[in-house]
Each structure stands twice: as structure tokens, then as C-alpha cells.
Design a binder for this molecule. Structure first.
Ligand code: HEC
Length: 187
């Protein structure tokens, strides 16, 4: 409505400028959606790579494990949060499944994104510590308690994290993905 009113007052040039501007703004928002969805897919592929190595430890290669962990680390934390930073891209139209509550629950969203980064960084460090074959210390002990629940995956401190077997970190990391999706991604 405002566009039409302005166009009436200012003539066809202003109207065209307004149309072009609107198109530019919405395509910028769509680009953010495309980027963040591509990042999410890259993280999913990286998680599959790591998962495959825990399923078949003979497939473990420290460099590939580390690369996959870094892929997630570099797309989480502040990088992830920034892709959901403004009214313009939350929600961003029919292509996006981002929940409308992200801006209102900013702190919680950011904390989960940071937890993801902390787990991914710790996984990368575990790969550096284990350059040869996958060691028993990287694996969970049978019956090891997993933690969990909606708040159970929050990283309380780095010491606790580095004392954990990498496989345990990995499962908590996957729960972090799920925790965020359950709350902030629409079906
Ligand atoms: C802090 C919140 C958060 C975390 C953590 C998170 N995601 Fe997401 N994810 C989202 C949101 C929100 C969307 C919907 C984005 C959209 O459609 O605009 C999404 C979408 C996706 C998608 C669909 C992408 C598409 O093409 O539509 C995949 C796959 C995905 N996430 C995988 C993961 C994996 C794997 C992890 C963990 C390694 C993860 N996500 C961690 C919030 C998160």
C-alpha cells in the first residue's frame, strides 16, 4: 500500500526504484536462506562421515575426521547465529523452515549454536590427539551414560568436555542438532 501511495506522489521512477529495491531486499534474504541451508547440509554430510568411522573404526582417518569436525565447527557458533540474525530472514518465506521464535529466543538459539561449535572443536582436537588408528579411548565404554534431555547437552565446561571419549561428544553433538531443530525448525 505504501509503495502505491509513494508512487502516486513521486511518479513512475520512484515506483520502479521501490520495486527494484524490494526485489533486492527479498533476494538478499533468500541468499541467506540458501547459504544457511547449504551449511546445514554440509554439517549433515560431515556428521555422516564421523558416524561412519565410529561404526567401522578401521575406516578412521584422523585427517578426514578432523576435516569433518572442522566443517561443523566453522559453520556453527556465531556463523550459524548470524544467518538467522534479522527480521528480514526469520522466517524467510516459503523456502525456509526457520521457526518464527528464533529472534524472540535469541539467547537460547545462540547458546545451542555455541554448544555445537564447542563439541565440534573438541572432536577436532580428539582427532589431532589420535593421529593413528582409532583408539579405545575415543570409544564409549559399554553402558556409559549418555546424558541428554533438552538441557542435558549444554557444554558446562571445557574440562568436562575434554575428559569425554570422542564418541560420547559426537552423540551429544548430534543431540545438539536435534535440540535446536525441535525448538526452532518448523515441520
Ligand atoms: C542453533 C540451531 C541449529 C543447530 C545447532 C543445527 N541446526 Fe540444522 N537447522 C536449523 C534451522 C533453523 C533450520 C531451518 C533453516 C531454514 O530452512 O531456513 C535447519 C535446517 C537443517 C537442515 C535442512 C537444510 C535444508 O536444505 O533445508 C539440515 C539437513 C540440518 N539443519 C542439519 C543439521 C545438523 C546435522 C546439525 C548438527 C551438526 C544441525 N543442523 C544443527 C537450526 C539448527
Amino acid at each position: 500500500m505504501r509503495l502505491t501511495a509513494d508512487a502516486n506522489k513521486l511518479g513512475p521512477f520512484a515506483f520502479m526504484a521501490a520495486v527494484i529495491l524490494t526485489a533486492a531486499v527479498s533476494s538478499a534474504a533468500e541468499d541467506v536462506v540458501t547459504i544457511r541451508q547449504a551449511d546445514m547440509k554440509a554439517m549433515a554430510a560431515a556428521a555422516m562421515t564421523i558416524s561412519g568411522m565410529f561404526k567401522d573404526p578401521s575406516a578412521y582417518k584422523a585427517s578426514e575426521f578432523k576435516w569433518a569436525a572442522d566443517t561443523i565447527r566453522d559453520r556453527s557458533g556465531g556463523v550459524l547465529s548470524a544467518h538467522f540474525a534479522s527480521e528480514a530472514n526469520n522466517p524467510a518465506g516459503p523456502k525456509s523452515k526457520a521457526g518464527p521464535n528464533i529472534l524472540k529466543e535469541r539467547d537460547r538459539f545462540d547458546r545451542i549454536a555455541n554448544d555445537l561449535r564447542d563439541y565440534a572443536a573438541a572432536l577436532g582436537a580428539a582427532a589431532e590427539k589420535n593421529p593413528g588408528p582409532m583408539t579405545a579411548s575415543m570409544r564409549m565404554k559399554p553402558g556409559e551414560a549418555m546424558g541428554g534431555g533438552p538441557f542435558g547437552t549444554h557444554v558446562r565446561n571445557q574440562q568436562e568436555l575434554s575428559a569425554m571419549p570422542a564418541e560420547h561428544m559426537f552423540h551429544l553433538m548430534l543431540q545438539t542438532c536435534t535440540t535446536c531443530h525441535t525448538r526452532f525448525r518448523m515441520e
